[in-house]
Design a protein around this ligand. Structure first.
Ligand code: CMC
Length: 438
């Protein structure tokens, strides 16, 4: 606190170049919450240096009013509202509205937003043909990257990023169509007919129906499961400048169209260090197999010569229990009880793995706690989602955050093309050597 007060009394940081004694002041910009930032935009011009920060561990890439994370204390706020309050009281579409517009909707605004989304839930019939180009055993994330990118070829009337109304329509289309596209990716790999959206159902009920209904049977949504999915979607809706969101912003900074930007975000999310971790957690739990093997895998996770990591553990920002994992752990109990599998062996194994890891000196010292992916897979699996769909569900929910962040960036008067610099460590200039002389 004392340090913070000092920063606002004397609002600069001085860098002294010990090589030549040059001294330059850089402004400190206040944040509402969290660390203030040093504005180094003039660093290269004044001192001739770049900053060096691989992985952006100390770099703020933009101003944002959307999401705040206090990693040390396990706090996550969207537009100032805590994730705990939102998961308890809100629903995914309302959170999407909040992320995009900055305020919770009035009753009238909510009705308009809900109707707008309903207007866009179907996809162009021609887009359906895209699915036939994929192998039936394609990973659904591969299908998502392709089909969401292909939306750019269908909705020409919402590609002009300089037109606020076109940006709004593109945002609505993305949030509305994502469940349809995701469920179709599943149905395709399953060899079942696609199910059209039902606008009288809630966002999550409609998605569950498109996933699990078959024409031969009537589908009745289970309220406990749709509530649990609502929570999962809210928990994944946004997470400030993570890898996929930064990818969406970077792609968008060149003025690429929104559908292409979100496809880029989906590609980035797919990796096992990011959204692919929920799938990796389940694979890991299956591999561990039994509580008696836990110590062996903990030892492997600690062994630097072994690439194995405890999936669903650790986070760049959270150095405390991920608040999203806390909500999911409680939700896992509710879902498993509802489905009559309270003693699900994989859940018991996960609980025991968490207990042992949290008592281990290595995990304590490095502040490695369960993250959002640790329990989400167990719930999704119990609900009937195949492992390969876990990251797809993450992408579906994160679309709300991507869209909000993309809109914020475009509307920001100081936004410019993202163009990081580098520390070049390659060869100095040299002459070409003909092949017979090499
Ligand atoms: N198991 C074992 N050791 C770990 C783990 C883990 N899961 N995570 C971090 N460490 C160690 C790491 O080896 C390093 O040790 P040292 O300081 O001795 O080199 C230290 O902890 C710091 O880790 P880091 O890799 O430098 O931290 P990071 O901020 O670059 O990486 C992370 C964060 C999430 C990629 C990493 O913790 C990880 O790979 N976790 C497993 C994958 C995972 O669960 N990802 C989901 C993240 S949350 C959802 C999302 O954002 O998509």
């Amino acid at each position: 606190m004392a340090e913070k007060e000092q920063a606002s009394d004397n609002n600069t940081v001085t860098i002294i170049d010990n090589r030549n004694g040059t001294q330059v002041d850089f402004p400190i910009l206040d944040s509402t919450l969290g660390p203030d930032v040093i504005d180094v935009q003039t660093l290269y011009r004044t001192l001739g240096y770049f900053t060096y920060d691989p992985g952006f561990t100390s770099t703020a890439s933009c101003d944002s009013e959307i999401t705040f994370i206090d990693g040390a204390n396990g706090v996550l706020l969207h537009r100032g509202y805590s994730i705990e309050e939102l998961t308890e009281n809100s629903n995914f579409l309302e959170v999407a509205y909040l992320l995009i517009n900055g305020e919770l909707p009035t009753a009238e605004e909510w009705e308009t937003f809900r109707k707008d989304i309903a207007l866009h839930t179907m996809v162009d019939e021609q887009l359906i043909r895209f699915y036939n180009g994929f192998r039936r055993d394609a990973h659904p994330m591969a299908i998502m990257v392709g089909v969401v990118g292909a939306l750019s070829a269908f909705y020409h009337d919402s590609l002009d990023i300089n037109d606020a109304e076109q940006r709004r329509v593109a945002s609505m289309r993305l949030i509305a169509k994502m469940p349809t596209i995701a469920a179709m990716a599943y149905k395709y790999t399953k060899g079942q007919p696609f199910v059209y959206p039902t606008n009288s159902l809630s966002y999550t009920e409609n998605f569950l129906k498109m996933m699990f209904a078959v024409p031969a049977d009537e589908y009745v949504p289970n309220p406990v499961l749709s509530q649990a999915l609502e929570k999962i979607f809210i928990l994944h809706a946004d997470h400030e400048q993570n890898a996929s969101t930064s990818t969406v912003r970077l792609a968008g900074s060149s003025q690429a169209n929104p559908f292409a930007c979100i496809a880029a975000g989906i590609a980035s999310l797919w990796g096992p260090a990011h959204g692919g971790a929920n799938e990796a957690v389940l694979k890991m739990l299956h591999e561990i197999g039994d509580k008696s093997n836990i110590q062996k895998y903990i030892a492997r996770a600690k062994d630097k010569s072994d690439p194995f990591r405890l999936m669903g553990f650790g986070h760049r920002v959270y150095k405390n229990y991920d608040p999203r994992a806390k909500v999911l752990k409680a939700s896992a109990h509710a879902v498993l009880n509802e489905l009559g599998c309270a003693n699900e062996p994989l859940f018991e194994l996960a609980l025991e793995l968490e207990r042992i890891a949290l008592e281990d000196e290595y995990f304590i010292e490095k502040k490695l706690f369960p993250n959002v992916d640790f329990y989400s897979g167990i719930i999704l699996r119990a609900m009937g989602f195949p492992t390969s769909m876990f990251t797809v569900l993450f992408a579906l929910a994160r679309t709300a955050g991507w869209v909000a962040q993309w809109n914020e960036m475009i509307a920001d008067p100081i936004h410019k093309i993202g163009r990081p610099r580098q520390r070049y460590t390659g060869s100095s200039p040299r002459n070409y050597i003909p092949m017979d002389k090499r």
